[in-house]
Write a protein that binds this ligand. Structure first.
Ligand code: ARG
Length: 458
């Protein structure tokens, strides 16, 4: 009925929809590692002869060399990486290759391969985030005393230091890394030997293959082992949260680089120009990091929805688990690298930041706090008095500390000349010396702890 579109009839459609080799070839290294561990165990258990195991292992080493040089041809009839490696092994060593698949199914094989791949992705993402943290800490260290406006509702709230602001992102990434670390622990059980779903009658040593592949132990339930993709979802959850953090940081750079802010000049290497407006320098890398967060979250949604209706054990839907994970992993690697370059290579306009902090009545809270501590006025009343002072300064078009003392005393006679010391932005940040606060001494302490955590002083 649809013959006009397909010259080969339904079997061509089947071949195309069935083939995962276009993407799961990325698992070749893990697939060969799994097979080598499996055959060594089969030999140790006397399930295949030492001679056959050696032939198989030699063939697998040859295939490794082939993948490392020119690759192995892709044939959709072979469906996936597992069949491709086995078919190539048969070409190389003949029918003895058929002994490799003893006591194994592609179901435990793909779960094992994919876990090995995701485990490496955890490690690579963690290493990238550590680099980004180092860049943040290095820049924060330079700016523990650089005053900028702190915002809530994107309205000037209180003065903070740039170092404090950058270290906030250090903390987010610290949590991201701890999410990766705990998911990695949960992942690290070997599905190999679960076979199709029910286990096998062959006398396997699952501890042996688990050890050989760097797993902590074999999985406890074969049905669960072949149908579990939690590790992939964990990766995507952790990646999504991290992508949200990177997107927020990217958004800050985009705002800060805009002319009305003028807080930062981004490195040329991470900016682009406009084909029509010669003055433009666009923060494209930051915008793409912000955009990529949407795609990473989309990948997470894709896998969760794929898994939600599946009965035990394996269903072919699960073949669709890999593209979103691969996509998210490469988007994250790029985004992390871009943000590392942006943090390390940007020029912060500290004079401009300070001016902005001085303009927005950012020290109003300091006036209120001064009234509480020095004039023993209840905070709510102090808040009211301060509001009147801000209103007056606004009418005059001046800063709070530019109001004459008489005018302040007209608002409340309990104000005296000592108040001016509290109204500068430097006094304001210095005063916020509670643990974790914005005072330069506190930020220095945060930087010091972070440098130790990152091993930067070793
Ligand atoms: N290509 C499959 C996947 O990626 C491998 C497992 C196939 N198992 C099966 N019973 N058809 O999920």
């Amino acid at each position: 009925m649809w013959g006009g579109r397909f010259s080969d009839g339904p079997s061509a459609i089947m071949r195309e929809i069935n083939a995962s080799i276009p993407f799961d070839k990325a698992l070749w290294r893990q697939d060969i590692a799994g097979s080598r561990a499996h055959v060594a165990m089969l030999a140790a258990q006397g399930i295949v002869s030492t001679e056959d195991a050696e032939a198989i292992d030699g063939g697998l080493k040859t295939i490794t060399a082939e993948y490392e040089s020119d690759g192995v041809p892709e044939d959709w009839n072979l469906e996936d990486i597992h069949m491709t490696v086995e078919a190539r092994l048969t070409e190389l060593i003949g029918p003895v290759a058929g002994r490799l698949h003893t006591a194994r199914s592609r179901n435990d094989q793909v779960a094992t391969d994919f876990k090995l791949w995701v485990r490496e992705a955890f490690d690579q993402m963690d290493a990238g985030l550590a680099e980004l943290q180092r860049a943040l800490v290095t820049r924060a260290d330079e700016h523990t005393g650089s005053v900028m406006p702190g915002f809530t509702h994107l309205q000037t709230a209180q003065p903070v230091t740039l170092g404090h602001h950058l270290m906030a992102y250090y903390e987010m990434l610290r949590r991201d890394r701890s999410r990766l670390a705990d998911a990695r622990v949960r992942l690290n059980e070997s599905p190999l030997g679960s076979a199709a779903l029910a286990g096998t009658g062959f006398p396997l040593d699952r501890e042996m293959t688990a050890n050989a592949l760097g797993f902590d132990r074999p999985t406890a339930n074969s049905l669960d082992a072949v149908s579990d993709r939690d590790f992939a979802m964990d990766f995507l959850f952790a990646a999504s949260t991290c992508a949200v953090h990177l997107s927020r940081l990217a958004e800050e750079f985009i705002l800060w680089a805009s002319q009305p802010f003028g807080f930062v000049t981004m490195a040329d290497a991470l900016s682009t120009g406009s084909s029509i407006m010669p003055q433009k320098k666009n923060p494209d890398a930051a915008e793409l990091v912000r955009g990529h967060a949407g795609r990473v979250i989309g990948c997470t949604t894709a896998l969760m929805v794929t898994m939600k209706g599946l009965p035990l054990a394996y269903s072919k839907d699960m073949q669709d688990d890999k593209p979103p994970v691969f996509e998210a992993a490469s988007l994250m690697a790029l985004s992390i690298a871009a943000m590392t370059g942006m943090v390390a290579g940007s020029t912060f306009k500290t004079e401009r930041m300070r001016q902005a902090a001085e303009l927005g009545y950012a020290t109003a809270t300091d006036l209120a706090d001064w009234l509480v501590t020095e004039a023993d006025i209840p905070f709510r009343e102090a808040h009211h008095i301060t509001g009147a002072a801000v209103k007056l300064a606004e009418t005059r078009g001046c800063a709070l500390d530019e109001l004459p003392l008489e005018d302040l005393r007209d608002i409340d006679a309990r104000i005296d000349e000592r108040v001016f010391a509290a109204l500068s932005v430097d006094a304001s940040v210095a005063a916020r010396a509670s643990y974790g606060g914005t005072a330069p001494e506190q930020v220095k302490a945060q930087v010091k702890r972070a440098r130790t955590e990152l091993g930067m002083d070793e």
